[in-house]
Design a protein around this ligand. Structure first.
Ligand SMILES: C[S@@+](CC[C@H](N)C(=O)[O-])C[C@H]1O[C@@H](n2cnc3c(N)ncnc32)[C@H](O)[C@@H]1O
Length: 374
């Protein structure tokens, strides 16, 4: 079989076991895998209801194939549900991988249940090949701690703190999100992949996703200057993910173009995510010198240029004015929000009652016209 080079970003169509076998050993600095969870989910063609043994054996095979193509200092993240998290962790150990974190991605709006607690998390197992040699850019992860935001403590580390291993700051991709593709039900948020890609790889590195789905990993990788390789067995998904990847490549250039205020979209994206992680309303944040100093450090690391705190405060206010900041808890006074469907149903009711009354109104208008005829 001809050896693949993986020298430019692409979505490969086919079975990951077969295609991984064509790649050179050690080519990828980072792999992120979000395999089917074997919970009977309806995919385009894949049968997500295998026997326990079959699924576990298959998981071992693809994890082994991914490990082979990882560089000796490579990192391997796996998103997995409750059903098989323990099995995949054990397989990782048997393959000689070291678990650095067992991350819980906690999201809101899990599917409602009647007789048990609502599931609102996914496990992300974070392995490395070598526990002494790996890439971990802590500077792009830091954000203000409560010592900055609650106590305004100027002695707090101005570089900020690292996030916990429970990730609350990445909402699931829902209907109103600009990034939502709409043709794949398991789309991961780009912000979550951004954290992983930026922490565990460098620009120019190969970032692999053996279960590309809608193409989130390769699309995020190219946005941050990496080579994004996605493998997807569904022809339909692969074609659509290619379009997404192409558009991400076009956007990557546009995101760096400066606007009249001197900022580019890539920098605003860093600030929006920091704001979400800080969980502090704009006015409290800009009034707090310790927190703003920390944001300044974090922006320098994430956006790779110098900012003043005044510039950051002005940008935060401008984004707030355009309603372009993520929603955080208690950032605005309570006002009942209407669900779109309910609002639509109300409009429809109004329209129906207006049309229902129309014959009666016409009849009365007619009577009035007759009564007032000369
Ligand atoms: C959970 S989804 C991945 C979603 C992805 N993380 C995203 O953000 O869109 C898993 C994907 O793996 C694909 N798949 C299943 N078996 C595969 C295989 N053997 N090789 C490659 N892809 C496979 C499925 O078609 C599905 O699109």
């Amino acid at each position: 079989m001809k050896e693949a080079t993986w020298s430019r970003s692409e979505i490969l169509h086919g079975d990951c076991l077969r295609l991984l076998a064509t790649a050179p050993a050690g080519v990828a600095r980072l792999a992120f895998a979000d395999p089917p969870f074997n919970i009977g989910y309806k995919y385009d063609h894949y049968d997500d209801a295998r026997t326990y043994r079959d699924y576990v054996d298959w998981s071992r095979r693809w994890m082994e194939s991914v490990t082979r193509v990882l560089s000796p200092d490579g990192s391997f993240y796996i998103a997995i549900g409750d059903e098989y998290a323990a099995e995949l962790r054990v397989i990782g150990r048997e393959l000689g991988l070291t678990l650095r974190n067992w991350i819980i991605w906690h999201y809101h709006f899990g599917q409602n249940t009647r007789d048990k607690f609502v599931r609102a998390h996914t496990h992300i197992l974070y392995f490395v090949r070598d526990p002494k040699r790996y890439v971990f850019h802590d500077d792009v992860l830091r954000f203000p701690s409560a010592r900055h935001t609650e106590y305004g403590d100027r002695r707090a580390n101005p570089a900020g703190r690292l996030p916990d291993d429970v990730w609350n700051e990445f909402p699931r991709v829902c209907g109103t999100f600009k990034e939502r593709q709409g043709w794949h039900g398991c789309q991961m948020p780009e912000a979550l992949l951004t954290r992983i890609v930026r922490a565990s790889s460098d620009p120019g590195d190969v970032v692999l996703d053996p279960f590309a789905g809608s193409g989130t990993t390769p699309a995020t990788a190219v946005k941050w200057g990496r080579i994004g390789i996605g493998i997807e067995s569904s022809g339909k998904y692969a074609v659509a993910a290619r379009d997404r990847l192409k558009s991400a490549m076009r956007t990557a250039e546009r995101r760096n173009r400066r606007d009249s205020d001197g900022w580019c979209e890539r920098e605003r994206e860093c600030l929006r995510q920091l704001y979400r992680e800080t969980e502090t309303p704009v006015e409290s944040l800009v009034a707090n010198a310790a927190a703003m100093e920390c944001i300044r450090h974090a922006m320098r690391a994430r956006a790779e240029r110098e900012f003043t705190t005044d510039e950051i405060a002005a940008q935060l206010r401008a984004l707030q004015g355009k309603n372009d900041l993520p929603k955080i808890k208690n950032d605005r006074p309570y006002r009942a929000r209407q669900h779109r469907k309910e609002a639509f149903a109300q409009d429809r009711k109004l329209a129906e009652s207006w049309f229902a009354g129309l014959p009666e109104r016409l009849r009365r208008a007619n009577e009035h016209a007759v009564a007032h005829r000369d």
